[in-house]
Write a protein that binds this ligand. Sequence first.
Ligand SMILES: *Cc1c(COP(=O)(O)O)cnc(C)c1O
Length: 228
Amino acid sequence: MYNKALNMIIKNNLLKILKTIPENVKLVAVSKTKPNEDILEAYGAGQRIFGENKVQDLAAKQPQLPKDIRWHFIGHLQTNKVKYIAEFVDLIEAVDSIKLLKEINKQASKHNRTINCLLQFHIATEETKFGLDMEEADAILLCDDFKKLENIKIAGVMGMATFTSDKNLIHSEFKTLRKYFEQLKQKYFSDKEYFKEISMGMSDDYQIAIAEGSTMVRVGSAIFGARG
Ligand SMILES: *Cc1c(COP(=O)(O)O)cnc(C)c1O
């Protein structure tokens, strides 16, 4: 279904958001659950980075859409599914185990490429099984297996704040993620120019995230409308 009026809304939303984002902050348009027509409308307005959180959806959409789209995988990635996106994915945003890094490395090497990854940290108060704490990140970055991985690059960190109206809490959680970034940079990546991204901020909190040093915001519903 092509709905011109609806798609003008996407373009207007996108341009409005871009005006509020500094030039050095990347916008990931989170297109999960949205059809290709919606993605093309944002693409037509100049957007090139899109985020998906399901392997099956991303693998289906990618061949049908322009090849200069940079796809970010933003969801929890199962090791047995890395192979479906390894050929084209631009950034895997939510890596939280050495097992997953090893598989990404293996699949990347099959395609003779390097895949950029972010380490996902658990910064929210909500219980979730995903995301690292600092101790776990240290364990990954210090282990011998990690040092052998030549087809991945850790480009920075990613995190999600608590779903809350308490702005102070959101500020402090994003501050924590930035602190983790600075610590990792100093400890492991001080000479690595590519370790530079702090992916934080979604539709409801991206302005807080930018104030706290985000370099990459992941915005879905504020661009494409609420998900069904
Ligand atoms: C869905 C999702 C987003 C975008 O959420 P909105 O609130 O729609 O902007 C950002 N990051 C991740 C990891 C997501 O799963």
